[in-house]
Design a protein around this ligand. Structure first.
Ligand SMILES: N[C@@H](CCC(=O)N[C@@H](CS)C(=O)NCC(=O)O)C(=O)O
Length: 222
């Protein structure tokens, strides 16, 4: 069975869990507590040299980088497909995934937030302002892309079934809301999230439903 080293609130973990669930792939949940800096321990450094989550252990090899993990899952478990059959469609789906995965997440990642806090002396509001600034730029682009897609009739980023773009978008919106990004300018993004969250594989991947999530009564920042 696959093992996923991950953390409930990590958006890169969340996007990998969504794809695993959509493809109905059972996996063992191995918690790496980012809130306790377990990813910086030498033990996790042996597992993932970049010390990020997720890591997918296939039983044969360890795979790093959620984008590589997701593409691997698509290749070894093609049903249901999470990439369109046509090259143009795949490029459009990957563009949305790329905005989240390459433009938004890297500059708002934990180590960057900590650097902005420690090296630039920012408090919680200052760090949140940094995160919100980069989220706005990405969501502005994604909202415009969804709006421009006249063939988009369903509740998804592309086509009539969930694609990897939805996995990236839903998980990043969770993170954005956690850091108080104003989502009101993005009704199309919010509509995609609302329709995806109704689907059981997305709901089951939600951070609040993971074994290392705080109990509801202890949760300050769900
Ligand atoms: N590009 C990597 C990023 C992995 C990553 O850094 N994940 C975050 C959690 S969302 C993390 O582990 N951060 C730890 C840190 O920044 O120190 C991927 O997509 O897998």
């Amino acid at each position: 069975m696959f093992k996923l080293y991950n953390f409930h609130a990590s958006s890169t973990s969340y996007r990998a869990r969504i794809v695993l669930n959509c493809k109905n792939i059972a996996f063992e949940y191995v918690s790496v507590r980012l809130d306790k800096a377990e990813h910086l321990d030498s033990a996790y450094g042996e597992i993932n040299p970049m010390r990020g989550v997720p890591t997918l252990d296939t039983g044969e090899k360890r795979l790093y980088q959620s984008s590589a993990i997701i593409e691997y899952l698509e290749e070894v478990c093609p049903e249901p497909p999470m990439l369109p059959k046509d090259a143009l469609g795949r490029a459009r789906v990957r563009a949305i995934a790329g905005i989240v995965g390459s433009d938004m997440h890297p500059v708002t990642n934990l180590r960057i937030r900590n650097y902005v806090r420690d090296e630039y002396g920012q408090n919680v509001d200052g760090v949140n302002a940094w995160i919100q600034r980069w989220n706005r730029q990405g969501f502005d682009a994604i909202e415009a892309m969804l709006d421009a897609d006249k063939e988009r009739a369903s509740g998804f980023c592309y086509g009539s079934t969930p694609t990897i773009a939805d996995a990236y978008l839903v998980s990043h919106v969770f993170s954005a809301v956690r850091f108080k990004t104003d989502m009101s300018p993005y009704p199309l993004v919010q509509a995609v999230v609302a329709s995806c969250e109704k689907l059981e594989p997305f709901a089951r991947a939600h951070p609040a439903r993971q074994p290392d999530a705080p109990k509801p009564e202890l949760r300050r920042n769900p």
